[in-house]
Ligand binder design. Structure first.
Ligand code: SOE
Length: 414
């Protein structure tokens, strides 16, 4: 049976451009899907990186013209992996052109722009998708299943830390991720966005109010001119090295916002959730010893569950309904045929990894486009997450609790 083709145009050739390309290329090999992805065109600011991505991952065409891409009648879905500040205009233009839109997280740099994006896809009646890939790590999808099926009971506590340490070795701002006008923020936008999305998805609860503190530990990182050119030149830690740029750093702790560095390195948040639970979140890009470490724990009256990204294929469950003498943390492997997504790959105990969470996301996008199955998060949910991030930034800046109940009232999807 010939499947309906879905012709994809991707914008951006950095880290996320690569990992999305990998996902689109692999997905049909692992999942039985109602539509067949076609890697139609890759669009980059500069031709050479776009050409390189095309030849490595199998994109059929290359362009440097986003407008031409968005209006190409042979393209069905626009996948946006450009720097965050470009998401809104690109997504709105794509929606107006009648395209399905998939956007890398975070949806936007601000809640206001996320609102515009959600309105645009609504007005155009096109499907929208946000790549919050960690929802589709099999072990985290299983965490959600435990929580949603009542095994944790009434939730009292949600705790998550998303820690990285690549900024410790970096004295330059040789990345769009370190510039507020392009990234929208630092660890808040890059890392807390994932956590806020996971808290909403796993618990099904909304954030009611937040109190946060934020810090940039270096008042100054040299801005290297090429960073201004965006995604295809510099993209996060791979492109960063102390030898690049002219560092002029003062290594003292300064409050966020005092120096030329305009994004946070780290933050801590306390939040009240709509079910009465207390949620605490920490993010840092200067957390020595943590390369890419997302920890997530939920504790309730019937049980507790926890996950850490370096232990990608496992989670731990505490069953509090057992007799006291039998209680203890039980390690569960999420590679078996019963674990979400895992059966699409290899036999039990053959590990999956980071890139597979994107392939799983691509599978769910394609499935939802070929069937009536809904996909979460769409732009409406990406928008809700963005308003929580805005409130966190406001709380840290004004050093007070910020209420969210007025800003968002959305059903939380999965
Ligand atoms: C930042 O270093 C980063 O690349 C994030 O932007 C991604 O969302 C995360 O998956 C890995 O780390």
């Amino acid at each position: 049976v010939t499947k309906r083709p879905l012709r994809i145009g991707i914008i951006g050739t950095g880290f996320m451009g690569r990992v999305h390309s990998h996902a689109w290329r692999q997905v049909a090999a692992h999942f039985d899907l109602p539509v067949m992805p076609v890697l139609h065109t890759v669009c980059g600011r500069r031709r050479e990186p776009a050409q390189e991505l095309a030849s490595r991952y199998g994109w059929h065409n290359v362009t440097t013209d986003t407008t031409a891409l968005i209006h190409d009648p042979d393209i069905d879905l626009i996948d946006i992996t450009a720097p965050n500040n470009l998401h809104a205009d690109l997504a709105i233009a794509a929606a107006k052109a009648g395209k399905t839109v998939a956007c890398e997280k975070p949806l936007a740099c601000t809640g206001a722009n996320a609102d515009r994006m959600a309105r645009a896809v609504d007005d155009a009646k096109v499907a929208s998708f946000v790549w919050f890939n960690y929802r589709r790590v099999p072990a985290l999808a299983l965490v959600r299943h435990f929580v949603q099926s009542g095994r944790i009971g009434r939730i009292f506590r949600v705790q998550s830390a998303y820690l990285q340490d690549w900024l410790n070795d970096c004295d330059s701002s040789d990345s769009w991720r370190l510039q507020k006008d392009m990234a929208g923020g630092g660890s808040l936008i890059d890392l807390a966005s994932h956590v806020v999305d996971l808290v909403r998805a796993i618990t099904g609860c909304e954030f009611l109010r937040v109190a946060a503190t934020m810090r940039a530990f270096k008042s100054c990182r040299a801005v290297v001119p090429q960073a201004r050119t965006g995604d295809d030149v510099t993209d996060g830690k791979d492109a960063l090295s102390p030898s690049r740029g002219q560092p002029e750093c003062i290594d003292t702790c300064l409050p966020w916002g005092d120096g030329p560095v305009d994004v946070d390195d780290a933050l801590a948040i306390t939040a009240d959730l709509s079910n009465g639970a207390i949620c605490s979140i920490e993010t840092s890009r200067c957390a020595t010893g943590h390369g890419n470490d997302l920890a997530f724990e939920v504790n309730g009256d019937r049980g507790a569950i926890r996950f850490r990204l370096p232990e990608f294929n496992h989670l731990e469950f505490w069953d509090n309904t057992l007799p006291v003498v039998e209680r203890g943390w039980r390690r569960i492997t999420a590679t078996g045929s019963a674990a979400p997504y895992a059966s699409a790959y290899w036999p039990t105990d053959h590990a999956l990894g980071y890139a597979d969470s994107f392939t799983n996301t691509a599978a769910d996008i394609l499935r939802s486009l070929g069937t009536d199955e809904s996909f979460s998060p769409n732009f409406d949910e990406g928008r809700a997450c963005q308003h929580v991030l805005d409130a966190i930034a406001q709380s840290a800046a004004e050093r007070r609790w910020v209420e969210l109940s007025q800003r968002i009232s959305l059903p939380v999807g999965h």
